[in-house]
Design a protein around this ligand. Structure first.
Ligand code: CDP
Length: 215
Protein backbone atom coordinates (compact mmCIF):
# COMPACT_ATOMS: atom_id res chain seq x y z
CA UNK A 1 0.00 0.00 0.00
CA UNK A 2 1.19 3.50 -0.80
CA UNK A 3 0.23 6.51 1.30
CA UNK A 4 -1.59 7.97 -1.67
CA UNK A 5 -5.13 9.16 -2.28
CA UNK A 6 -5.75 8.98 -6.04
CA UNK A 7 -8.58 11.04 -7.52
CA UNK A 8 -9.95 10.78 -11.00
CA UNK A 9 -13.17 11.79 -12.69
CA UNK A 10 -14.62 13.60 -15.68
CA UNK A 11 -13.67 17.09 -16.77
CA UNK A 12 -15.12 19.86 -14.56
CA UNK A 13 -15.90 17.45 -11.72
CA UNK A 14 -13.87 19.66 -9.36
CA UNK A 15 -11.20 17.05 -8.65
CA UNK A 16 -8.40 19.64 -8.58
CA UNK A 17 -10.14 21.72 -5.92
CA UNK A 18 -11.02 18.68 -3.83
CA UNK A 19 -7.58 17.10 -4.17
CA UNK A 20 -5.79 20.31 -3.14
CA UNK A 21 -8.06 20.77 -0.11
CA UNK A 22 -7.71 17.17 1.04
CA UNK A 23 -3.91 17.51 0.73
CA UNK A 24 -3.97 20.71 2.80
CA UNK A 25 -6.20 19.12 5.46
CA UNK A 26 -3.87 16.13 5.83
CA UNK A 27 -0.63 18.12 5.44
CA UNK A 28 0.26 15.95 2.42
CA UNK A 29 1.85 16.81 -0.90
CA UNK A 30 -0.40 17.41 -3.90
CA UNK A 31 0.18 16.31 -7.51
CA UNK A 32 -1.80 18.06 -10.25
CA UNK A 33 -0.82 15.63 -13.00
CA UNK A 34 -2.87 17.51 -15.59
CA UNK A 35 -0.53 20.48 -15.07
CA UNK A 36 2.38 18.31 -16.26
CA UNK A 37 0.55 17.57 -19.52
CA UNK A 38 -0.31 21.25 -19.87
CA UNK A 39 3.35 22.19 -19.25
CA UNK A 40 4.46 19.65 -21.84
CA UNK A 41 2.05 21.12 -24.41
CA UNK A 42 3.26 24.67 -23.69
CA UNK A 43 6.91 23.62 -23.81
CA UNK A 44 6.36 21.93 -27.20
CA UNK A 45 4.57 25.01 -28.51
CA UNK A 46 7.46 27.24 -27.34
CA UNK A 47 9.84 24.98 -29.29
CA UNK A 48 7.62 24.88 -32.40
CA UNK A 49 7.15 21.14 -31.99
CA UNK A 50 3.90 19.71 -33.30
CA UNK A 51 1.74 18.17 -30.54
CA UNK A 52 1.40 15.01 -32.65
CA UNK A 53 5.16 14.46 -32.92
CA UNK A 54 5.38 11.69 -30.33
CA UNK A 55 9.16 11.22 -30.17
CA UNK A 56 9.98 14.93 -30.06
CA UNK A 57 7.27 15.77 -27.50
CA UNK A 58 8.32 12.81 -25.31
CA UNK A 59 11.94 14.01 -25.41
CA UNK A 60 10.81 17.43 -24.20
CA UNK A 61 8.61 15.88 -21.50
CA UNK A 62 11.53 13.82 -20.19
CA UNK A 63 13.56 17.00 -19.60
CA UNK A 64 10.73 19.36 -18.69
CA UNK A 65 12.35 22.39 -16.97
CA UNK A 66 9.29 22.88 -14.76
CA UNK A 67 8.87 23.64 -11.09
CA UNK A 68 5.89 23.90 -8.73
CA UNK A 69 6.39 26.66 -6.15
CA UNK A 70 3.45 26.97 -3.77
CA UNK A 71 0.47 27.99 -5.88
CA UNK A 72 2.61 28.93 -8.89
CA UNK A 73 4.00 26.91 -11.79
CA UNK A 74 7.25 27.78 -13.58
CA UNK A 75 8.65 26.71 -16.93
CA UNK A 76 12.10 27.67 -18.13
CA UNK A 77 12.32 30.32 -15.39
CA UNK A 78 8.97 31.90 -16.32
CA UNK A 79 5.80 32.01 -14.27
CA UNK A 80 3.29 30.11 -16.45
CA UNK A 81 0.58 29.62 -13.81
CA UNK A 82 -2.00 31.45 -15.97
CA UNK A 83 -0.57 30.52 -19.38
CA UNK A 84 -1.08 26.76 -18.88
CA UNK A 85 -4.79 27.29 -18.08
CA UNK A 86 -5.72 28.67 -21.51
CA UNK A 87 -8.22 26.81 -23.68
CA UNK A 88 -5.57 26.30 -26.36
CA UNK A 89 -3.06 24.72 -23.97
CA UNK A 90 -5.89 22.55 -22.59
CA UNK A 91 -6.36 21.21 -26.11
CA UNK A 92 -2.62 20.71 -26.44
CA UNK A 93 -2.53 18.85 -23.12
CA UNK A 94 -5.28 16.57 -24.29
CA UNK A 95 -3.36 15.91 -27.55
CA UNK A 96 -0.01 15.11 -25.92
CA UNK A 97 -1.69 13.03 -23.18
CA UNK A 98 -2.78 10.58 -25.89
CA UNK A 99 0.85 9.74 -26.71
CA UNK A 100 2.14 6.70 -24.83
CA UNK A 101 5.80 7.79 -24.98
CA UNK A 102 4.84 11.11 -23.37
CA UNK A 103 2.97 9.34 -20.56
CA UNK A 104 6.00 7.10 -20.00
CA UNK A 105 8.35 10.10 -19.97
CA UNK A 106 6.27 11.71 -17.18
CA UNK A 107 5.76 8.55 -15.12
CA UNK A 108 8.76 8.69 -12.77
CA UNK A 109 8.46 12.43 -12.35
CA UNK A 110 4.91 11.94 -11.04
CA UNK A 111 6.01 9.17 -8.67
CA UNK A 112 8.67 11.50 -7.25
CA UNK A 113 5.91 13.69 -5.78
CA UNK A 114 5.25 11.04 -3.12
CA UNK A 115 6.75 12.16 0.19
CA UNK A 116 6.95 10.41 3.56
CA UNK A 117 3.87 12.37 4.71
CA UNK A 118 1.72 11.18 1.83
CA UNK A 119 0.36 12.38 -1.50
CA UNK A 120 -2.98 13.35 -2.96
CA UNK A 121 -2.73 12.76 -6.71
CA UNK A 122 -5.25 14.11 -9.21
CA UNK A 123 -5.57 12.81 -12.76
CA UNK A 124 -6.58 10.22 -15.24
CA UNK A 125 -4.28 7.28 -14.57
CA UNK A 126 -3.30 7.94 -10.96
CA UNK A 127 -4.95 4.81 -9.57
CA UNK A 128 -4.39 2.57 -12.59
CA UNK A 129 -0.78 3.27 -13.63
CA UNK A 130 1.08 5.85 -11.58
CA UNK A 131 0.04 4.72 -8.08
CA UNK A 132 -1.69 1.34 -8.48
CA UNK A 133 -1.04 0.60 -4.79
CA UNK A 134 -2.77 3.78 -3.61
CA UNK A 135 -4.44 3.40 -0.23
CA UNK A 136 -7.62 5.11 -1.40
CA UNK A 137 -8.91 5.58 -4.95
CA UNK A 138 -11.81 7.85 -5.68
CA UNK A 139 -13.83 8.47 -8.82
CA UNK A 140 -15.25 11.95 -8.40
CA UNK A 141 -18.19 12.81 -10.57
CA UNK A 142 -21.32 14.91 -10.96
CA UNK A 143 -24.02 14.94 -13.62
CA UNK A 144 -23.15 16.74 -16.86
CA UNK A 145 -25.95 19.25 -16.12
CA UNK A 146 -24.52 20.13 -12.71
CA UNK A 147 -20.95 20.36 -14.02
CA UNK A 148 -22.13 22.67 -16.80
CA UNK A 149 -24.01 24.84 -14.27
CA UNK A 150 -20.91 25.12 -12.08
CA UNK A 151 -18.74 26.11 -15.02
CA UNK A 152 -21.32 28.65 -16.26
CA UNK A 153 -21.55 30.28 -12.81
CA UNK A 154 -17.75 30.45 -12.66
CA UNK A 155 -17.55 32.43 -15.90
CA UNK A 156 -20.77 34.41 -15.44
CA UNK A 157 -22.95 32.76 -18.12
CA UNK A 158 -26.75 32.72 -17.50
CA UNK A 159 -28.24 29.24 -17.16
CA UNK A 160 -31.09 29.71 -19.64
CA UNK A 161 -29.42 30.80 -22.87
CA UNK A 162 -27.60 29.43 -25.90
CA UNK A 163 -24.19 29.95 -24.26
CA UNK A 164 -25.18 27.57 -21.48
CA UNK A 165 -26.47 24.99 -23.94
CA UNK A 166 -23.07 25.14 -25.63
CA UNK A 167 -21.19 24.60 -22.35
CA UNK A 168 -23.36 21.56 -21.62
CA UNK A 169 -22.84 20.17 -25.13
CA UNK A 170 -19.07 20.67 -24.82
CA UNK A 171 -18.98 18.78 -21.52
CA UNK A 172 -21.02 15.90 -22.96
CA UNK A 173 -18.76 15.71 -26.03
CA UNK A 174 -15.67 15.81 -23.85
CA UNK A 175 -17.00 12.97 -21.66
CA UNK A 176 -17.66 10.82 -24.71
CA UNK A 177 -14.19 11.50 -26.15
CA UNK A 178 -12.48 10.84 -22.79
CA UNK A 179 -14.30 7.53 -22.29
CA UNK A 180 -13.50 6.23 -25.75
CA UNK A 181 -9.88 7.31 -26.09
CA UNK A 182 -7.56 4.31 -26.39
CA UNK A 183 -4.83 5.63 -24.07
CA UNK A 184 -5.78 6.20 -20.42
CA UNK A 185 -9.55 6.36 -21.00
CA UNK A 186 -11.85 7.89 -18.41
CA UNK A 187 -13.17 5.00 -16.31
CA UNK A 188 -14.03 4.12 -12.77
CA UNK A 189 -11.58 1.48 -11.53
CA UNK A 190 -13.13 -1.56 -9.82
CA UNK A 191 -11.29 -0.65 -6.59
CA UNK A 192 -12.27 3.05 -6.67
CA UNK A 193 -15.04 4.53 -4.54
CA UNK A 194 -17.63 6.55 -6.41
CA UNK A 195 -18.18 10.05 -5.03
CA UNK A 196 -21.03 11.92 -6.73
CA UNK A 197 -20.82 15.62 -5.87
CA UNK A 198 -24.01 16.66 -7.70
CA UNK A 199 -25.70 17.46 -4.39
CA UNK A 200 -22.68 17.98 -2.16
CA UNK A 201 -20.78 21.15 -1.34
CA UNK A 202 -16.99 21.33 -1.60
CA UNK A 203 -16.72 21.04 2.19
CA UNK A 204 -18.98 17.96 2.32
CA UNK A 205 -17.01 16.34 -0.49
CA UNK A 206 -13.66 16.96 1.21
CA UNK A 207 -15.11 15.57 4.46
CA UNK A 208 -16.30 12.41 2.71
CA UNK A 209 -12.80 11.78 1.35
CA UNK A 210 -11.28 12.33 4.80
CA UNK A 211 -13.87 10.04 6.40
CA UNK A 212 -13.05 7.26 3.94
CA UNK A 213 -9.34 7.74 4.51
CA UNK A 214 -9.72 7.63 8.29
CA UNK A 215 -12.17 4.71 8.30
O1 CDP B 1 -9.83 19.70 -16.14
P1 CDP B 1 -9.22 19.08 -17.35
O2 CDP B 1 -9.39 17.59 -17.38
O3 CDP B 1 -9.59 19.75 -18.62
O4 CDP B 1 -7.68 19.40 -17.29
P2 CDP B 1 -6.42 18.79 -16.59
O5 CDP B 1 -6.76 17.95 -15.40
O6 CDP B 1 -5.53 19.95 -16.36
O7 CDP B 1 -5.79 17.82 -17.71
C1 CDP B 1 -5.36 18.30 -18.96
C2 CDP B 1 -5.39 17.16 -19.98
O8 CDP B 1 -4.47 16.15 -19.62
C3 CDP B 1 -6.76 16.49 -20.11
O9 CDP B 1 -7.00 16.21 -21.46
C4 CDP B 1 -6.59 15.19 -19.34
O10 CDP B 1 -7.39 14.15 -19.87
C5 CDP B 1 -5.12 14.88 -19.54
N1 CDP B 1 -4.56 14.15 -18.39
C6 CDP B 1 -4.19 12.84 -18.56
O11 CDP B 1 -4.32 12.28 -19.65
N2 CDP B 1 -3.66 12.15 -17.51
C7 CDP B 1 -3.49 12.73 -16.32
N3 CDP B 1 -2.96 12.03 -15.32
C8 CDP B 1 -3.89 14.07 -16.13
C9 CDP B 1 -4.43 14.76 -17.19
Amino acid sequence: MQKVIALDGPSASGKGTIAARVAAALGWAYLDSGALYRLTALHAQNHNIDWANEAAVAALAAELPAEFRGQTVWLDGQDVTQAIRSERIGMGASAVAKLLAVRQALLQRQRNFLTAQGLVADGRDMGSTVFPEAQLKIFLTASAQIRAERRAKQIGVPLDGAAFAQILADIQARDAADRSRPVAPLQQLPDAKLLDTSHRSIEETVQQVLDWYQA
